[in-house]
Design a protein around this ligand. Structure first.
Ligand SMILES: [Mn+2]
Length: 310
């Protein structure tokens, strides 16, 4: 008897979390000669994910609005605060991720975590380790996710394994110049002109339950930061609304210039002084630019968790 097992990434899904669900379901169905594994999403996909799915002719996974009473595999996250609604009553059977482990369960399950640049890197390596060659479209999807999560290999999260997988997958996907392809992706991804302020804030946004209170940390990777300067006041107005309505201790949105490698931080917080302590520099009208900052996971979250989660 078959039973559907949903594979699902985090809320506010980014490309890696959607691609990982699709690729992992594809691999597991092949390995077990079944169709029980079904990719799903916790919320609607963003613009670049839609573009990439269209490009490789892959259909958008179904939205799982409530995971209660369902078997699920979590990919690209393991924190309760980021996971699908109803997970408390779901049967979580496996986790595949590249973030720090913050998960508790009442039974032993398979957990695959590697300190690599993307969840799709772990899955791509599993394909190769199992001697299964991913189809061209799945290879292209995984390649795109790795390039996205590693900021075309520039992120400090990018490892030698990621680079080797990028080369292998490029060949399988017939992508001749992955650097040019990655830059093209980021250009599409980074223009904010068609988005409302709320869409910009929620573009790639995660909640963190720190001991001091709830933090919302969003990142927007861009090729040109001047678009942000022009909309600063409107962005702050929207952030203040969200800070109050969702009861955040702090709301931090940072815009990363992937060409010059640095980030502009916009902050709304109950404790600006401590935020400055965490950032290691002063804010001016709730904003500051910090050179060298590219990664939320490796650089930004640790800055804040050190001060606010101790
Ligand atoms: Mn990821």
């Amino acid at each position: 008897m078959s039973q559907t097992i949903y594979i699902i990434g985090h809320k506010s899904p980014d490309l890696d979390s959607v691609a990982a669900a699709i690729a992992f379901a594809n691999l597991k169905n092949k390995l077990e000669n079944t169709s029980d594994y079904v990719p799903a999403i916790a919320e609607e996909i963003n613009q670049i994910t839609k573009f990439i799915l269209d490009k490789f002719a892959i259909s958008t996974p179904e939205v799982l609005t409530d995971a209660s009473e369902k078997k699920i595999i979590l990919v690209d996250h393991n924190e309760a605060s980021q996971t699908v609604n109803g997970f408390e009553k779901a049967d979580i059977v496996e986790i595949l991720d590249h973030h720090k482990l913050n998960f508790q369960n009442d039974k032993p399950i398979t957990v695959s975590i590697k300190p690599w640049g993307s969840s799709c890197s772990i899955i791509a390596q599993m394909y190769f380790d199992s001697n299964i060659v991913p189809d061209k479209n799945i290879a292209g999807l995984m390649l795109s996710a790795i390039l996205d999560d590693t900021v075309i290999t520039k992120s400090p999260t990018c490892t030698e394994t990621d680079k080797a997988l990028i080369a292998k997958l490029s060949e399988l996907a017939s992508v001749e110049d992955w650097q040019a392809y990655g830059l093209e992706m980021f250009k599409i991804k980074s223009s904010i002109k068609n988005f409302s302020e709320l869409q910009i804030i929620k573009n790639d946004f995660k909640d963190f339950a720190f001991k001091t209170g709830k933090f919302g940390i969003g990142q927007v990777e861009m090729v040109d930061l001047s678009e942000v300067d022009a909309r600063m006041d409107a962005l702050f107005a929207e952030m203040k609304k969200l800070h109050t309505s969702e009861n955040y201790h702090s709301l931090i949105i940072f815009f990363t210039d992937i060409i010059n490698v640095g980030s502009r931080f916009l902050v709304v917080s109950n404790d600006l002084q401590k935020i400055e302590e965490a950032l290691g520099q002063k804010l001016e009208n709730n904003t500051t630019y910090i050179p060298g900052i590219l990664s939320r996971k490796k650089q930004v979250v640790p800055m804040f968790s050190k001060i606010f989660d101790n």
